[in-house]
Design a protein around this ligand. Structure first.
Ligand code: URA
Length: 428
């Protein structure tokens, strides 16, 4: 590999130039090996955030991150594979019912997921509220479970895109997360290295998402769809609304409970709609459209059967009671009218402050903490009616969570309608 000087690479980007393919290969490899220092990579990441990267640079950056580790191969599982990735939101528990639904329809789902950071929840944290459930699986355990059960939700193996793991941790503490080229390459390097044949991206838009406006979300989605297609992964992206939380819960065990309602054929209509929509996209991308409909496997219990086998296979007890918080605190509607807005970001911050999320990677999370919604945008509320219930083990956490929710609830006179379609656009 050609050697470069890190300072020259930084200067090129700082001055608005394009990095060559060889420069990118070198800097990613050298950083992963420890030959480029954190402060040098921090400077380069900030230059990328400010100057951007062109299509060729993004594709090469992604390839270099894939090449920093091993690629998984699920060709031996005996069925087509499809995965879903959400860019993260509040109350976004869709992966939980979705993996079981898609597997029940005949497509294997290797869902390598993450933990929550900041105001957004993480799938692994949610599942860890199930007694005994284990997030870390070896590669052969993943393959065996995909073959036997059809669905796996677990932590990425250590060898999957290690450059991204190091870079993501650095971006998190250097204010360089919010760069479309860096987000797109980070997500797609892991998904391509994971070896799925088809990928459906749920790009969240709104206050509770990384992308606050539709134009940025569309650019991120288009970049990721292009990266997937170039790597031979059939990739589709949906832009979906994250102005208010998904479903009626935000918090780990609370969201598992709601997912079980969906798997039992009930649950909030937005969670069901998004689960079914994404499942149909995954089945179509995997080439098995039309055989079985996702709504059938929710009604006839086969998705629930997959869920129970998936949880058991990872050491969890699907019948064990989920943790419940020791204390609750209601937030009441100040006036009567139509709830037109319930701000997702503020609800996410409240859940985080109640203990559902972490500020540093090493922090523990509370399984029982979170926020329960009694009304969704569009509902009529009476003055004094509980709109939210806060759940925490430690009542000392309530004041800061209440503070986070100031101005989060907007009530308009009767007749007003919130303008919030769930699926905003589709690309790919
Ligand atoms: N999720 C990722 O995996 N990477 C990002 O950069 C942002 C969200």
């Amino acid at each position: 590999m050609t050697e470069f000087d890190a300072v020259d690479v930084i200067r090129t980007k700082r001055d608005g130039g394009s990095l060559s393919g060889d420069q990118i290969d070198w800097v990613i490899d050298a950083y992963t090996r420890g030959a480029v220092a954190d402060e040098q990579m921090s400077a380069l990441l900030m230059a990328i955030l400010l100057r951007g990267m062109n299509v060729d640079e993004i594709a090469r950056w992604t390839q270099a991150m894939i090449a920093s580790g091993e690629r998984l191969d699920f060709a031996g599982v005996g069925r087509p594979t499809a995965d879903k990735h959400s860019t993260g939101g509040v109350g976004d528990k869709i992966t939980l019912p979705l993996a079981s639904v898609v597997a029940a329809c005949g497509v294997a789902v290797p869902q390598l997921s993450g933990r929550g950071l900041g105001h957004t929840g993480g799938t692994l944290d949610k599942l860890e509220s199930i007694p005994g459930w284990r997030a870390s699986l070896a590669y052969d355990e993943i393959v065996n479970q995909l073959r036997d059960v059809g669905a796996v939700i677990c932590a990425p193996t250590d060898t999957l895109a290690p450059a991204d793991r190091k870079l993501y941790a650095l971006r998190d503490v250097t204010g360089t997360v919010e760069s479309i080229p860096l987000i797109a390459s980070s997500i797609m390097s892991k998904k391509i290295a994971e070896g799925t044949q088809a990928l459906v991206l749920d790009v969240k838009v709104g206050s509770g998402a990384f992308m606050k406006n539709v134009d940025d979300a569309r650019e991120l989605a288009a970049t990721m769809v292009e990266l997937g297609a170039a790597a031979g992964v059939r990739t589709v992206a949906l832009l979906t609304n994250m102005a208010s939380p998904l479903g009626r819960t935000a918090g780990n065990a609370l969201e598992v409970r709601e997912s079980l309602e969906v798997l039992a054929g009930g649950g909030p209509s937005d969670v069901v709609e998004l689960t079914v929509t994404l499942a149909r996209e995954m089945l179509a991308a995997a080439g098995v459209e039309g055989d079985i409909d996702p709504t059938d496997v929710l009604k006839d219990g086969t998705a629930m059967d997959v869920w129970r086998r998936m949880i058991r296979s990872q050491g969890g007890d699907p019948d064990a009671p989920l943790p419940r918080a020791r204390e609750t605190h209601d937030i009441l509607a100040p006036t009567e009218g139509v709830l037109v807005e319930l701000d997702a970001y503020q609800v996410g911050v409240a859940a985080w402050r109640l203990g559902a999320g972490r500020s540093r990677k090493e922090d523990p999370v509370s399984a029982a903490a979170g926020v329960e919604l009694h009304a969704k945008p569009g509902a009529h509320v009476r003055a004094g009616q509980p709109v939210l219930t806060l759940h925490a083990d430690d009542p000392g956490r309530f004041p800061r969570a209440v503070e986070a929710l100031k101005g989060a609830i907007t009530i308009a006179p009767a007749g007003a309608r919130p303008d919030q379609p769930l699926v905003i656009d589709r690309l790919g």
